[in-house]
Write a protein that binds this ligand. Structure first.
Ligand code: GRF
Length: 209
């Protein structure tokens, strides 16, 4: 079985990347991380990639005159490695329409809220400030908006009395680390189909069960 080549874009500590690397370490997992790309030279995510024997690439935004040319470089790096799915995992840059089109239907993002509530930065802080009782995380396809694409999976967690941004983020993160590999598996098995704003999910076949 040819495993799907996944590229991961990450700017920071890369705990979701680690969850993907760990899932891909299982021989029966239908995807492998082919490359990790960061806009930050010293991102922990790049160290995690190297530690797992995965190519780690720093693309320095300062080397490019525009967002578009930076994004074109990302597309080149991903294409060079035959990437069939890009996973955004804490990638802190807004991408141009050309990038989004290049990977339309082939790029996922994970966000620490139950979208469409609390898109953008500091989702957990927004949730606490709003006073919601239930928070969570979402995996969605990337489109041209900020955290707006068709939703693949969502998991809810309770907001508990006395929660801080950190305690809530930690509770959500546990679920993120389960959910992202599960979503990648479904994509790799060809079980996700975008139908307008919705994502239709088909049952696993006998052999992938
Ligand atoms: C996660 O909460 C993810 O949902 C959001 O950014 C955070 C990244 O964390 N997009 P990590 O770098 O994967 O640890």
């Amino acid at each position: 079985m040819e495993r799907l080549a996944v590229g991961v874009l990450a700017s920071g500590r890369g705990s979701n990347l680690q969850a993907l690397l760990d899932a891909c370490a299982a021989p029966e997992f239908p995807a492998r991380v082919a490359v990790v790309i960061s806009d930050r030279e010293h991102a922990v995510a790049l160290e995690r990639a190297r530690a797992a024997g995965v190519e780690a690439v720093w693309v320095n935004p300062k080397d490019f005159v525009s967002r578009e040319s930076f994004d074109q470089a990302l597309v080149r790096e991903l294409d060079k490695r035959g990437v069939g799915l890009v996973c955004h995992a804490g990638f802190m840059r807004i991408l141009s329409p050309a990038y989004v089109q290049a990977f339309a239907g082939r790029a996922l993002n994970i966000h620490p809220s139950l979208l469409p509530a609390f898109p953008g930065l500091h989702a957990q802080r927004q949730a606490l400030q709003h006073g919601v009782r239930v928070a969570g995380a979402t995996v969605h396809f990337v489109d041209e908006g900020m955290d707006t694409g068709p939703i693949v999976m969502q998991v809810a967690v309770p907001v508990l009395p006395g929660d801080t941004e950190d305690t809530l983020a930690a509770r959500i993160l546990v679920e993120e680390h389960r959910m992202y590999p599960a979503a990648v598996r479904m994509f790799a098995e060809g079980r996700l189909q975008i139908v307008g704003r919705r994502v239709a999910v088909t049952e696993p076949s006998e052999e992938s069960r």
